[in-house]
Design a protein around this ligand. Structure first.
Ligand code: G4P
Length: 512
């Protein structure tokens, strides 16, 4: 059943507690039995290849992964959760943006002591752009934190969003006594791994006067929960808790099951595709090469949009034009990968391939759908790639093509001159590039300053493009797909050219 899926991402600032919360969610879903395994697994994986050393050295997570777990509620309904992990570092925003195109909702984790930090703000804006429903989890309430009202107001102000308190901490910091579930009036206490209840407020469980007053203010000061407003991305329900102490996590997972939307319809050139459609369709939002360097594997992550997928099914990728049989689709669980015999809308399957599948590809049974809404972003940093050994041009080209496809970098091949240019959204991507070139492609390269500052995709009719190219050959390049790109020396340059060439669009994003 389609409505039994909840596909979501956790967004947060590094250190807010995303890993800890992920662990606890998986634990509650019975997917793992010991806390600490998400990290342990990460460490084992990191040990495997060179580029992941960067991840280790800097204590950040570079790749995003998928974790699936199930949970049966009190009424016996089983919900399948697909949790897409997003890299917490701002440098990897492009990869993160793409992950957010594959989810139906997001959990925003905020550190109660720190509030909302700039990176989270950026992610939040992307969620707003996509009208993604967001549940807010204010973490670490077991420690001394900022005032609850300040945190809630910060969330509300950040993007003109309504906030609605669903729970409230009873005391914070040293006097933390529990979490009050506002709807039921039950107070759970932070003792032991299991939840214990102080009782309900109606039954006379004593609330400290201070909390009772706060609560009254909160109830009067914020709107009531409204499912439609949440689902359309205009209101965020706020839960307080502690991932570390496993507190408020049950409430959170119950909220995802009860409130978070089931798989959504997806826009396409042919109109909206509903999850209930019989035809199997999906799109690739991520490709990861060399996950296992021993096997040089390459996995494309597909979000299923409609139909019931069966193993061995023939699907046509839009970029290829002919059908491929999907014999070994992979489902990702907390600790394992498994062959997927079937998958439903909202599920993510990994498809091993040798370069036939690319980010932005639509897969469909009849090759009659093209999904939209998976943009490339204009790079903010451009560098010229200089080979140390000039005989390795072919290897470099292959590597740049592969890595641009994965979304690690973007690559531009200038019309004039032979030096290729790479573009990234954040500095760290450049380190990853150099390290992966060496480890996986045996190519040593250095990055030099580029004469260009930014890039814009050009769109217009053939004549307009030709006329522009004649005068601006020095500033023209092709991207990996052969599409024309204007390489600009400054933002001013872009504006100037845009004004002089009203027939051309200078676009900061490109649909993949
Ligand atoms: P991240 O994935 O968002 O980067 O955060 P992570 O879960 O790794 O948590 C960052 C730090 O915050 C960790 O401490 C973690 O134990 C702590 N933490 C997470 N949730 C809570 C909470 O609810 N309360 C308190 N008090 N701390 C919390 P660390 O010392 O940096 O790492 P470690 O030694 O625990 O591994």
């Amino acid at each position: 059943m389609t409505n039994s899926r909840r596909t979501f991402a956790i967004i947060s600032h590094p250190d807010a507690g995303k890993t800890t919360l992920t662990e606890k969610l998986l634990l509650q879903g019975g997917a793992i039995h010991l806390a600490g395994q998400v990290k342990a697994r990460g460490a084992a994986r990191r040990a495997r290849s060179d580029w992941m050393k960067i991840e280790q050295q800097r204590g950040i997570s570079v790749t995003s992964s998928v974790m699936t777990f199930e949970r049966t509620d009190a009424d016996g309904n089983t919900i399948t959760f697909n949790l897409l992990d997003t890299p917490g570092h701002e440098d990897f925003s492009e990869d993160t943006y793409r992950t957010l195109t594959a989810v139906d909702s997001a959990i925003m984790v905020i550190d109660a002591a720190k509030g909302i930090e700039p990176q989270t703000r950026k992610l939040f804006e992307v969620c707003r752009l996509r009208s993604l429903p967001i549940i807010t989890f204010i973490n670490k309430v077991d420690r001394e934190g900022r005032a609850c009202f300040d945190l809630m107001d910060e969330v509300a102000d950040m993007l003109a969003l309504d906030v609605c308190p669903m729970s409230w901490p009873v005391g914070m910091g040293g006097v933390f006594e529990g979490i009050l579930d506002i709807a039921s009036g039950r107070i759970s206490r932070p003792e032991g791994p299991k939840k214990e209840f102080l009782g309900t407020v109606d039954e006379g469980a004593a609330l400290p006067t201070e909390v009772a007053e706060e609560l009254e203010l909160a109830m009067a000061g914020y709107p009531e929960f409204d499912l439609d407003a949440y689902r359309s991305g205009d209101l965020t329900p706020v839960y307080f808790g502690s991932a570390l102490k496993n507190f408020g996590v049950t409430e959170l997972i119950e909220a995802i099951a009860a409130l978070a939307p089931p798989p959504r319809p997806q826009p396409s050139e042919q109109g909206t595709i509903e999850p209930e459609n019989k035809e199997v369709t999906g799109f690739i939002f991520k490709v990861q090469a060399n996950m296992d360097p021993m096997h040089r594997d390459r996995i494309a992550f597909m979000r299923l949009v409609s139909g019931t997928f069966k193993r061995g099914m023939k699907l046509t990728p839009s970029g290829l034009g002919k059908a491929i049989a999907v014999h070994s689709p992979i489902l990702f669980f907390a600790q394992d990968r498994e062959l997927a015999d079937s998958a439903e809308p909202g599920d993510i399957i990994g498809i091993p391939n040798h370069g036939t599948l690319r980010v932005g590809d639509t897969l469909s049974e009849r090759n009659d759908v093209r999904f939209t809404g998976l943009p490339n972003f204009a790079p903010e940093i451009l560098r010229r790639v200089q080979l140390k050994d000039p005989t390795k041009t072919k290897q470099l080209r292959k590597a740049l093509d592969d890595l641009s496809e994965e979304g690690v970098i973007q690559v531009f091949y200038p019309e004039l001159g032979s030096q290729w240019i790479v573009g990234v959204v954040g500095q760290l991507q450049l380190d990853v590039l150099i390290s992966r070139l060496e480890a996986e492609y045996k190519v040593e390269a250095v990055l030099e300053a580029s004469p260009f500052d930014t890039a814009r995709w050009l769109k217009g009719d053939d004549k307009a493009l030709r006329d522009f190219a004649e005068i601006n050959k020095m500033n023209l390049a092709k991207d990996r797909d052969g599409d024309p790109v204007f390489m600009a020396r400054s933002a001013w340059d872009v504006n100037y050219q845009q004004e002089r060439n009203p027939d051309l669009a200078f676009s900061a994003t490109k649909e993949r």
